[in-house]
Design a protein around this ligand. Structure first.
Ligand code: PHE
Ligand code: ZN
Length: 881
């Protein structure tokens, strides 16, 4: 297969370009029929490179004109292909290169470069989309100052936007008009953006701490401005928070956000002109759930925070992607923690990391947080780079302390402002600020794989000495057979019989930093002296390191921690460990042909917590949320039979629902009684709804007529999308007799709101029922579905593959076959989307042999297709390796 020959790009091969681009002028002439882009670059040779050929990137480009210093080049002076432009012998000094390219945005289905979304012209340039607009050094270390002129028909595109500040605009008299934008901040091409269309705006303003008045606008499709109110509110809170917590001020006169309906990712931090998937902008209580609101707040913050961590300081090369992404995720997580409940946020983030990043790190696609090679950079926008990247920064902060961390950040901002930096330069700032040697810490960036920390304990009653042995081990990952020990911060408490932390008179065996042990060696034996009795150890409080922990605490100890630990995270963790142990054991029983059986003490302990008025509702909801079937499968790890997992999972939920029935019912009824309260998407309101809906979900598992009546009632009387959607999902997933009518009523009401159609599609695609695959196939023909829209595809096919373990993992292989066919079919039109769907196969080797063979057949069927994209070929090659 020719794709196997895609070249490997290596970090070790990094070289600066021979030329710098001092200045860029772009002029876009947009009409529905054709688009011309005239680019004028001022280039100058870097030291010692004068006269070297100029080689620029392109991708599917058509060149119509080229001139150097005002003179059109003869054919023998340059070579232009779709993906490269070479000027063979440029002038020795600085020179001006003019190029005109012709584009067809309407035919651009890859959604990279300049494309059309619902009639709006928009761009996406990260990572390598700018080269689909004009020839350029399309790499992050070439920074330049951009001036952009947009010419477009007035009727079709009254709104003309680009990066930076507006300079001028005017009428051209022939039905066209123009606008000029200038961005004073040098930036790499991946941060370029242009939007032209007939859009409504929600406007506001923000005064920065330095007194700069910034005009804010969120552009949306006609009629949707009221749905951008929450996004605008989130934006202003983000701007304020970044000033208060990181001392970072906004630096242009305007800040624009545009929501588009066709977008491959969540959103994009283009300088001064963020472009968003409309899913992360549009909300009102009728159409958005609490989770949607939280997502909008987090993504708006994330993109805004990139203004400093990404735009003002960018990445030297794409290997350094986590420099901006891990850090910016860390910043948005901190923001959300400050806006909502810190404990609840920490638990959600740990769950996300375990469900998305751990399987990546433990499978064929494992790569370091800072990879050292790639074939297709699009495939490295991963949970490892983003979420593990954020955890690494959090560990760094734990390791050196809050003050040194803050000084290190300040140093980074002053020292590297305006530069394209590396992880080494970033870490050097913290080494300097803290005085700590951080070289050992770099292993977190350089090596892939999730360490397991195994804990053994002993108590010497006579000596009053408690001993913990902590041993770390990281499994081999593709291309990295041996692993170095890592620096692992273990935030700990030794819980005494009264539930309070005990204070040892001395600790030896590892560095101690406040309430944190710092592991650096493969194994540490840590002794705690002078304790009155054996403590119950509470380790990795607040999830202090992204590791797996192997520890055999008794059920009694775990129940004790669940009830008493001063650390909320570890209370939840104790409950989760109890549930997981029960679920894994039950799965083994099912596979051995036995009936699953469960201890009742842990369930009764949960019941007690539900009665505790001191605990907030969101936390209680997390306590009773059963680990997912995918979570259990991951824990089982080999020879997974998703049907056995599902049987055990169902039995476990039935047991809980039976034992806690009265309490669960009381929770739902209390929430019904509060039904007339206005909807507020804040921590308190969403916590209450989340607890009630989790309780309802559990109750419904009994299938009792009474429980299902409660669900139907909720569906019919809901005044917000959170409750309506929760009830609809339960009806559909239980195969309730009223499910079809509910789906029809829901579509009747919301069929014209694409983001809500996505929920309708996902609820059906994730139903654990034998008829689901046929249903999903039928839905691909539904008028509201389109293979051209990434949100629709993810809502239907993505949800089927990621949230329906028994039907995607059908024993007859038809689930795998269906998803594989969709991937093959999508690849030519939108390779990024196809490649992301393919990632759902990453754990295929964990299945029992029959399913493993079926999954391999499906993967090979994709491999057999001619002309695979580099995106899909790369994932496929690694998945099958
Ligand atoms: N840089 C974007 C973000 O995380 C993600 C993105 C990557 C968007 C590539 C589009 C293309 O904020
Ligand atoms: Zn980002």
């Amino acid at each position: 297969m020719s794709q196997d020959s895609a070249p490997v790009i290596r970090l070790a091969d990094y070289r600066p370009t021979p030329y710098a681009i001092d200045k860029v002028d772009l002029e876009f002439d947009l009409t529905p029929e054709r688009t011309l882009v005239a680019a004028t670059l001022v280039l100058s040779p870097r030291a010692g490179t004068a006269g070297e050929p100029l080689v620029l990137n392109g991708d599917e480009l058509t060149l119509v004109r080229i001139a150097v210093d005002g003179r059109e080049l003869r054919e023998d002076e340059y070579e232009a292909s779709a993906d490269r432009l070479t000027v063979k012998a440029p002038p020795a000094g600085s020179f001006r290169l003019e190029m005109t390219t012709r584009l067809d945005p309407a035919a651009n289905t890859k959604l990279m470069g300049l494309y059309r979304s619902s009639g709006t012209w928009c761009t996406q340039c990260e990572a390598e989309g700018f080269r689909r607009i004009t020839y350029y050094y399309d790499r992050p270390d070439v920074l330049s100052v951009f001036t952009v002129k947009i010419v477009a028909p007035k009727i079709e595109a009254p709104i003309l936007l680009s990066n930076g500040n507006p300079v001028s605009s005017g009428d051209l008299g022939d039905g066209r008009h123009f606008a000029v934008w200038h961005d004073p901040w040098p930036k790499p091409s991946y941060l370029f953006a242009l939007v032209a269309g007939d859009l409504d705006a929600l406007e506001d303003e923000f005064t920065t701490m330095g007194g700069r008045k910034v005009k804010l606008a969120i552009y949306v499709e006609k009629g949707n401005a009221p749905k951008a109110v929450y996004a605008m509110d989130s934006l202003k809170r983000s701007m304020k928070w970044d000033e208060e917590v990181f001392g970072r001020e906004y630096d242009l006169d305007v800040f624009n956000v545009v929501a588009v309906s066709d977008f491959n990712m969540g959103a994009m931090e283009n300088k001064g002109l963020n472009v968003f998937n409309d899913k992360y902008v549009l909300a009102d209580p009728e159409i958005a759930t609490d989770a949607d609101y939280a997502g909008i707040e987090a993504v708006i913050a994330h993109e805004y925070f990139h203004n400093w961590t990404g735009d003002r300081i960018t990445c030297r090369d794409w290997f350094q992607l986590c420099l901006k992404e891990g850090l910016t995720v860390f910043r948005d997580q901190e923001f959300s923690s400050d806006m909502r409940s810190r404990a609840v946020k920490r638990i959600s983030d740990a769950r996300l990391l375990r469900s998305q990043q751990f399987p990546e790190d433990g499978g064929p696609l494992a790569h370091p947080v800072r990879p050292e090679q790639y074939k297709e950079i699009n495939n490295f926008y991963t949970a490892t780079v983003y979420e593990k990247g954020a955890e690494v920064i959090r560990m760094l902060k734990t390791l050196i302390g809050d003050d040194a961390f803050a000084r290190g950040m300040d140093l980074y901002f002053t020292r590297h402002d305006g530069e394209a930096a590396t992880i080494e330069q970033f870490i050097a700032c913290f080494a300097e600020a803290s005085g700590r040697d951080l070289e050992p810490f770099m292993v977190w960036y350089r090596e892939a794989g999730t360490p397991t920390v195994t804990i053994d304990e002993s108590w010497d009653e006579a000596a009053r000495r408690y001993t913990l042995t902590l041993t770390q081990e990281t499994p081999a990952t593709p291309g990295q057979q041996t692993k170095k020990p890592r620096v692992i911060p273990v935030r700990f408490g030794l819980v005494g019989p009264d539930g309070k932390d005990m204070r040892p008179s001395g600790i030896a065996g590892a560095e101690v930093n406040g309430d944190t042990l710092i592991l650096t060696a493969p194994s540490h034996t840590v002794t705690f002296e002078g304790l009155p009795s054996r403590p119950v150890p509470s380790l990795f409080r607040r999830f202090s390191a992204p590791v797996k922990v192997r520890q055999s605490l008794s059920s009694a100890d775990l129940i004790f921690l669940l009830a008493n630990d001063a650390d909320s995270f570890n209370r939840w963790q104790a409950g989760t460990t109890l549930a997981m142990t029960a679920l894994v054991k039950a799965t083994q029983q099912v596979r051995a042909g036995q009936a699953p059986s469960f201890e009742t003490a842990p369930i009764d302990a949960l019941g007690k917590l539900l009665d505790d008025p001191a605990l907030d509702a969101a936390f209680k909801a997390l306590l009773i949320a059963v680990p997912s079937e995918n979570d259990v499968a991951r824990e089982v790890a080999e020879n997974v039979d998703p049907d056995a997992v599902a049987t055990a999972h169902l039995a476990y939920r039935r047991t809980i629902a039976g034992r806690l029935e009265a309490r669960l019912r009381a929770i739902v009824e209390a929430d019904n009684a509060a039904a007339d309260q206005p909807y507020v998407p804040d921590a308190a309101g969403s916590g209450r709804r989340s607890l009630a809906n989790t309780a309802l979900d559990l109750l419904s598992i009994t299938g009792s007529a009474e429980a299902m009546a409660l669900v139907r009632r909720r569906f019919e009387t809901a005044i917000n999308m959170t409750d309506r959607m929760a009830a609809l999902t339960i009806l559909v997933h239980r195969g309730d007799a009223g499910a079809e009518a509910a789906l029809a009523a829901f579509f009747e009401r919301f069929g014209n709101v694409p983001l809500v159609v996505d929920k309708w599609l996902s609820a059906q695609a994730s139903a654990p029922l034998p008829g689901t695959l046929d249903k999903v196939m039928t839905l691909t023909q539904h008028p509201a579905f389109s293979f051209g829209n990434p949100n629709r595809v993810r809502a239907l096919v993505g949800a089927f593959a990621t949230s329906n373990p028994t039907q995607f993992g059908r024993a007859d292989g038809k689930g795998f076959g269906f998803v594989a066919d969709i991937i093959s079919r999508l690849d030519a039109a939108n390779p990024q989307l196809a490649a992301r769907l393919l990632v759902t196969f990453r754990s295929w080797r964990s299945y029992e042999p029959k399913r493993r063979a079926q999954a391999e057949t499906a993967l090979r069927s994709i491999q057999g297709k001619p002309q695979l994209s580099r995106d899909v070929a790369d994932i496929l090659e690694r998945t099958l390796a």
